[in-house]
Each structure stands twice: as structure tokens, then as C-alpha cells.
Design a protein around this ligand. Structure first.
Ligand code: NAI
Length: 791
């Protein structure tokens, strides 16, 4: 007699193919040839290139390669459409975004099938994950459009946005880019990846059908040349890019100093950390979703399994058994787990990386069955015996290949997890919630999934730390990427004129010179002599020498960064209450010497310094107040999860302080950074440098731990470049001139540090210009920790 168990175990999978008929008909209706969608119209197809189905190699359609003239036309169309789109108001735009969400739902099956044909991903994924998330994204952002005026006061759209997306989640990435841009009142030119432009074109056709005003969304096709022309176009005010770190760097460099806003979502090598008390069967299913979802072509793929040594053998055995039963095959087969790799070039890249892993001595395991020989297929692959420094443990493979390493202690797990230049996502597996929630904040990643993986939702911002890029997509923080302050002074900062010839200092009435002070720098909580041994005279408003400051150089910057690095973790780990107390104390001690600072300001600027000194004390109180109030949020993500959005300090922030308001400008820029748990290496304005040296004792007496604030005086020409280029500086703020901003942005590409540059004079005394949550947003990055609940 056959038992239920026998029947269950002997059941075989049969193909369950999804029909491609409607998608094929759609392609045929367009003659399988596409122009660009610009200003609400289709251009004549020109300079065609083929788009193929990676599962079969068959040509699906021909699309056009956009050139400079085309890019210009698209940007012009977006520019022309922008004022009316903005004027439509939040509710008007919400109506359109809602219509788009509904349109996506109506055409969901068509989009899913085209996506699977074009990209090779299993229809199960495009149908159940990608396309529903696309609709969800537009719906969520219809809400932000509706609430824009109330929730983002004092902000306005940036204007025309240029967006470049990759091939791994073609329509989903389009929605992540377009929805927030439109909600905020911008218009868009978007370029899909050359391998996978079809759903973007299908989306354009849907917009045409909906009657979206012409020019609001423009879809242009082509390869990297078209992308480069778009991001470099002078009328594009914001660039949003998802793709390789290499191209992200090139874009940062190319747009340096242009004033364009930039968000980059780049690669990853995300750790998948398994503690010894984790439920290993759940872990195995987690690994399936982490690395075999979308053939592993996922920026946040859990591609590094870190497992407690005591359970590693058991996990490996279970994984191999599961891998043996995975099914690789036609993307349109509903019973397939792994579809096709996007293109031959990507297949070659994966094959080469695997060969390198074997050559470097790791053990490669693949299931006994073979994958289809026609089309781009690759089997699920597990590497064991992997050294943390091995190429396959460090570099993104972007394929169905996972490496497994072991650890002995919790600290070692965190250390290996963070031993990566990337920081996009991580997942933590343990049945001990205390442990999971202790480890999650210590992982350097924008998203941490606890006992789950690869979950996404429009309400939860997604984006990276370190070389995984910056900026977030989704949620409130994603909206800020597409908005700018409405109030910006028109006065532009000009070169500070650095050194002026100085007359001898005034001699006091008793005929004696003032007591001389040896100029020093403030590094690691100590006054240290500048490495150069040189000093710079500081000239007062009357042209007389007021005193000297140390002339810091590259070596001093390096020492200051080292000190900041050493001090930052402990400072970040201090309670917000402690940081608040320190900042209040700073205000108290500054107030005690207010008259002295006021007199110094008067001497330096020739304007009565009393008001600025008073404002400086107030500013200490502002940032002390914020230190324990900039809270995160709990998002209502679906899938029975609470998602904790936690603002975390960025690390070490380099600050080029503004020239205007020498004391207030300095405090207004360094205090929000330290209030949030960062350490700072600041270059005071040359004129403010003498004031900075006066601050050393105030900082000392206020219990600011050594290394949390480092002040390196000197010339910006000598100090800014080493600061902006230093790979241990995690963010660089430049309140200087436009050429300085360009330099900072160009030099930021090494470790892809976040930059905040502006060259418009701020009124530091005003609450609008001189303080506010903008500073806190710049001083933090949001980590989203997903915690599932339910039995
Ligand atoms: P890519 O970064 O070259 O392409 C992404 C997009 O950027 C495409 O639309 C492309 O046309 C465009 N592009 C290329 N050069 C450009 C330029 N100079 N200026 C503006 N746009 C430009 O990525 P590719 O070559 O397709 O894949 C290479 C590797 O990148 C993959 O093996 C993977 O490791 C990584 N990658 C990461 C992705 C992610 O989601 N983080 C997505 C795709 C690839």
C-alpha cells in the first residue's frame, strides 16, 4: 500500500510553463523595434541593438542606442514638463501615482512575463515578488505626494532627475527610482540597462495609455555611453544610480562640483551570520532565498555564510542536500527555482570567479545534476574552506555562488562580517533575540534581517554603508533624496583670501607685548605641535597681527583621523544622555568665557562679537537638546515584521568649517556631528582658527573625550585634500567654495565617502540656516533591522 509519505517522497515535478503569448503579442504589436519614449512620444527606432532572451539566446526585440542629441531632447522634455508637474500639487501627483500603481496591477502578468523573458528570472519571482513590489512602491509614494507639504515643509523638488538602473530587477529598480522622484514634484529621464530594457518600454507604453502629461517620465535606451551622457547633462539636477561600484565611482567623479545631488546604490558582499542556536532548517531555506533568489544577481545577496564552527558540518550537509533538489531551468516554468543568468558576459564572469576560487584553494561543491546546455545557466554553488581574504570572500560574484566561513565567538562573527569594503545588508540567524539584537547594530550594513533575508518594502529605506554607496531608496529618507531646501541664500562663498600681510600687534598701554602663546593643534584631546613646525599669523580687522596658529599639514590630518577613529566607537556607544550632558556642559563653559570670545570675534571681524558669542552658547544647547531626541522609527512592513529604522552615526566626519561666522559656523557644523555619536576632524576657517585654539580648553573642561573633536588649523589648500581623500574618513562636509566642493567630491571616490558640500553662504545665526534636522540627517545613516514575529 502506498502511504502518504511514499507518495510525497516519490512525487516528481512536471513542467508548469507560463504562456508567453500575450508578451509576444505585445512585442509584435511594436514590430519588435523600439525608439525612445521622450516628451510623451516614441522616437523613430535608430542605431538598433538586439535584446535577447538569456534562457534561449533568441532575439526578443531591437532597441535604440540613445546619443547625446537624444539625451538632450529627453532632458529638455523633462525640463519643460517640470513646472506644471510641480504646480499640480501633492494631491494631483498622488492621483497620478495611484493610477500608475493600479496600471501596474492591471498589467501585472504582462510585466512579469516580459521581465522573465528579458532577464531570465523565474516567473515565480517576477510574478510574486518583483511586480507586486513595483505596484506597492507607486502606491506608497502616492501617499508621500499627498502628504508632501505637511511632512516636508520648507522643501521643494530638485527639478530634472537623471536615473540609471541595472539589469537585475529592471522594473522594480525603475519603480524605486521613478516613484519618489515624481512624488516630490520632479520630472525624470530614466535609462534602463542595455540587457533588460523591455519592461521599462512596456511601462512607458502604459504611461502613454494612462495619459500621463508628456515629458514627466522619459525612458531612453542605450548602453553606458547613453548613461554617461545623461548623468553629465548640465540640466540634470539629481542623479540616481544603481549598478556596479566601478561605474558609481566614475559617476561621482564626473559630477564632482556640479552641485547635482547624487545617490548611489552599489554592490555588496553581504554576510549571512548563523549562530549555533539557529534553527538550521530555517537557515537552509534562508540561504536559498539569500543567494539563489534571482540567480544570486542581487546586490544584497547573502553571499557570505558565516557559521558557528560547532554547527558548520551539519549546516553544510543540509545545504548540500537542499541544493541537490533545487531546479534550474526555463524561467517561464513555474516550478523552477533558478532561472537563467542575464547574459553570456555575466556567465563568463561567474565562471571565472569560481575558477579563481578553486585556484586559490577553496573547496567547490555543485549538485550532481547538470544545468541546461542551451542558454545562460549556472548551477547553485557552495564554497567551503574559504579564507576570509580569498577573492571569492571579498569580491562580489553576482551569481548563484555562496562562500561559507566559520567563526568561534560572537565577536569574531562581527569582525569577519565587517571585514568587507561593502556594507549593504546582512542577515543574522539565532533563536536568541538578545544575541540577534546585540549583533545587528554592530554590523556595518544599511539593512539587517533577523531570521529572514531579502525582504523589501517601500516603507523601509534601502541603501548602503561604505562602498555600497549612499542615499536610501524608499521610506521617508528616500524622499529627501529628491528634495532640496527652498531657502538658499544667493550669495556664493568666494575664496577666503587666506593670508593677508600683518602689521605688528598692538602694544598694550604698559608698553609690554602680550604674553606670547605657542600655536598648537588639537588632536586626540591634546595640544600638539604642528608637524611642519610652522605657524600662520592671524590678522585682525585692523590689519594687525592678533596671534599665530599652527600650520597643520597632511601628517597632522592623518594623526587627527587616527585619533578620531580610535575615539569614535566608544563615543557612539555612550548613551545619548551622556552626549547631551557633555554638550550642555560645553555650552555652560563657553558661556563662562562668552565675553572673552566676543572680544576676540570683535577683534577678528571688526563687528561687535557679542551676538555671535551668545548665539554660539545657544547652539550648544540646541545640539545638546537634539542629542537624545533624534529617534528612529518602527515601520509597518508587511510579512509579519516589525522593522526598526535606527539612525546610526556615520563614523569619522571631516569638516571644512565655513568662513562666515568664525565661531558660530565652527560650532554649528561640528556639534550636530558629535551629538549623533560621530568623531570629527575639523579644519576651522583661517580667520576662525585663533578662536578654535581658544576652544581647546573649553572642550577639555567640558569632558569631550579626547579624539572626538580634533581641530587642525592651517590653510585649506594644504589640509582639505588629505582630509577628503583619507580612506578612514567616512563622510566629508565642505562649507567652502565651489572649487573646494569639487575637490572634495572628486577625492571622495576612494572609499566612496558620503559628502555634503555647499558653497552658498549660510546665515548661521538663523534657525532656518544654522540648525535643524538637515544636519542630523547628514550626521547619521539609517539602518533598518527587520524582525519577524509570529509562531
Ligand atoms: P554597470 O554598473 O556597468 O551597469 C549598470 C547601469 O549603468 C547600466 O544601465 C549601464 O548601461 C549603466 N552605465 C554603465 N557605464 C556607465 C557610465 N559610465 N555612466 C552612466 N551609466 C553607466 O554594471 P554591469 O556591467 O551591467 O555589471 C557589472 C557588475 O556590476 C556585475 O557583475 C555586478 O557585480 C555589478 N552590478 C551590481 C548591481 C547592483 O544592483 N548593485 C547591478 C548590476 C551589476
Amino acid at each position: 500500500m502506498t502511504t502518504v509519505r511514499d507518495a510525497f517522497e516519490s512525487m516528481a515535478w512536471s513542467p508548469a510553463p507560463e504562456s508567453a503569448t500575450l508578451a509576444t503579442e505585445w512585442l509584435e504589436r511594436h514590430g519588435r523595434r523600439f525608439g525612445h519614449f521622450v516628451g510623451g512620444r516614441w522616437t523613430e527606432p535608430t542605431e538598433l541593438f538586439a535584446v535577447t532572451n538569456p534562457a534561449t539566446g533568441a532575439e526578443l526585440a531591437q532597441v535604440s542606442q540613445g546619443d547625446d542629441a537624444l539625451v538632450h531632447a529627453a532632458v529638455a522634455a523633462a525640463r519643460a514638463a517640470q513646472p506644471a508637474w510641480q504646480a499640480l500639487g501633492g494631491h494631483g501627483r498622488a492621483r497620478w501615482l495611484y493610477a500608475i500603481a493600479r496600471g501596474v496591477q492591471r498589467h501585472a502578468r504582462l510585466f512579469s512575463v516580459i521581465e522573465s523573458l528579458d532577464n531570465g528570472k523565474p516567473i515565480r519571482e517576477s510574478r510574486d515578488i518583483d511586480i507586486p513590489l513595483v505596484a506597492r512602491h507607486f502606491l506608497h509614494h502616492a501617499g508621500w505626494a499627498q502628504l508632501l507639504d505637511q511632512e516636508f515643509p520648507g522643501m521643494e523638488p530638485v527639478g530634472v532627475v537623471g536615473q540609471v538602473i541595472p539589469w537585475n530587477f529592471p522594473l522594480l529598480m525603475l519603480s524605486w527610482k521613478i516613484a519618489p522622484a515624481l512624488a516630490a514634484g520632479n520630472t525624470v529621464v530614466l535609462k534602463p540597462a542595455e540587457f533588460t530594457p523591455l519592461t521599462a518600454l512596456c511601462f512607458a507604453a502604459m504611461l502613454e495609455e494612462l495619459g500621463l502629461p508628456p515629458g514627466v517620465v522619459n525612458i531612453i535606451t542605450g548602453d553606458g555611453r547613453t548613461g554617461a551622457a545623461l548623468v553629465n547633462h548640465p540640466d540634470v539636477q539629481k542623479v540616481a544610480f544603481t549598478g556596479s561600484t566601478e561605474v558609481g565611482r566614475a559617476i561621482r567623479s564626473a559630477t564632482a562640483g556640479s552641485g547635482k545631488k547624487l545617490s548611489l546604490e552599489l554592490g555588496g558582499k553581504s554576510p549571512f551570520v548563523v549562530f549555533d542556536d539557529a534553527d538550521l532548517d530555517s537557515v537552509v531555506e534562508g540561504v536559498v532565498d539569500a543567494i539563489w533568489f534571482n540567480q544570486g544577481q542581487v546586490c544584497c545577496a547573502g553571499s557570505r555564510i558565516l557559521v558557528a564552527e560547532s554547527v558548520a558540518e551539519r549546516l553544510i550537509a543540509k545545504l548540500r542536500a537542499r541544493m541537490e533538489r533545487l531546479r534550474v531551468g526555463s524561467p517561464l516554468d513555474k516550478s523552477v527555482d533558478i532561472g537563467a543568468i542575464v547574459a553570456p558576459v555575466q556567465l563568463e564572469r561567474i565562471t571565472a570567479m569560481v575558477a579563481q576560487g578553486v585556484a586559490e584553494g577553496s573547496t567547490c561543491w555543485q549538485p550532481s545534476w547538470s544545468v541546461p546546455t542551451e542558454g545562460c545557466f549556472y548551477p547553485p554553488t557552495l564554497f567551503t574552506n574559504v579564507q576570509p581574504a580569498a577573492t571569492i570572500a571579498q569580491e562580489e560574484i553576482f551569481g548563484p555562488v555562496v562562500v561559507l566561513l566559520t567563526f568561534r565567538t560572537h565577536d569574531e562573527a562581527v569582525e569577519i562580517a565587517n571585514n568587507s569594503r561593502y556594507g549593504l545588508a546582512a542577515s543574522v540567524w539565532s533563536d536568541n533575540l538578545n544575541l540577534a539584537l546585540d549583533v545587528a547594530p554592530r554590523l556595518k550594513a544599511g539593512t539587517v534581517w533577523v531570521n529572514c533575508t531579502n525582504l523589501f518594502d517601500a516603507s523601509s529605506g534601502f541603501g548602503g554603508y561604505r562602498e555600497s554607496g549612499y542615499g536610501r531608496e524608499g521610506g521617508r529618507e528616500g524622499m529627501y533624496e529628491y528634495l532640496k531646501r527652498s531657502h538658499v541664500n544667493s550669495a556664493v562663498r568666494t575664496a577666503s583670501g587666506e593670508q593677508r600681510p600683518a602689521e605688528a600687534p598692538a602694544v598694550a598701554s604698559d608698553g609690554l607685548p602680550p604674553v606670547d602663546r605657542t600655536p598648537k593643534l588639537y588632536i586626540g584631546g591634546k595640544q600638539v605641535r604642528p608637524d611642519s613646525g610652522y605657524a600662520l599669523p592671524i590678522v585682525g580687522a585692523d590689519g594687525r597681527r592678533l596671534g599665530d596658529v599652527g600650520r597643520g599639514n597632511r601628517k597632522d590630518i592623518r594623526n587627527a583621523v587616527e585619533a578620531a577613529h580610535a575615539a569614535q566607537p566608544k563615543w557612539a556607544g555612550a548613551t545619548a544622555h551622556t552626549r547631551a550632558q557633555v554638550l550642555y556642559f560645553l555650552g555652560e563653559n563657553l558661556a563662562a568665557r562668552q565675553a572673552e570670545f566676543a572680544a576676540r570675534l570683535t577683534a577678528l571681524t571688526g563687528v561687535d562679537g557679542a551676538a555671535e558669542a551668545e548665539a554660539a552658547v545657544r547652539r550648544c544647547f540646541t545640539w545638546a537638546a537634539w542629542a537624545d531626541k533624534y529617534d528612529g522609527a518602527v515601520h509597518h512592513t508587511p510579512l509579519r515584521n516589525v522593522t526598526l529604522a535606527m539612525p546610526e552615526p556615520i563614523g569619522v566626519i571631516g569638516v571644512r568649517c565655513p568662513d562666515e561666522a568664525p565661531l558660530l559656523g565652527l560650532l554649528s557644523t561640528i556639534l550636530p556631528a558629535i551629538a549623533m555619536g560621530n568623531a570629527v576632524v575639523a579644519i576651522p576657517s583661517l580667520q576662525g582658527a585663533l578662536l578654535a585654539t581658544d576652544l581647546y580648553q573649553v572642550l577639555d573642561t567640558s569632558d569631550v573625550p579626547g579624539g572626538v573633536v580634533n581641530l587642525v588649523t592651517g590653510t585649506h589648500a594644504e589640509l582639505l585634500a588629505p582630509l577628503a581623500g583619507h580612506d578612514d574618513v567616512d563622510a566629508c562636509w565642505c562649507f567652502g567654495t565651489q572649487p573646494e566642493a569639487a575637490e572634495v567630491e572628486r577625492l571622495s571616490t576612494g572609499n566612496l565617502k558620503r559628502t555634503w558640500t555647499e558653497w552658498f553662504v549660510r546665515e548661521w545665526a538663523s534657525a532656518i540656516d544654522g540648525e535643524g534636522t538637515e544636519f542630523l540627517r547628514q550626521a547619521t545613516q539609517v539602518k533598518n533591522i527587520w524582525v519577524p514575529y509570529g509562531a
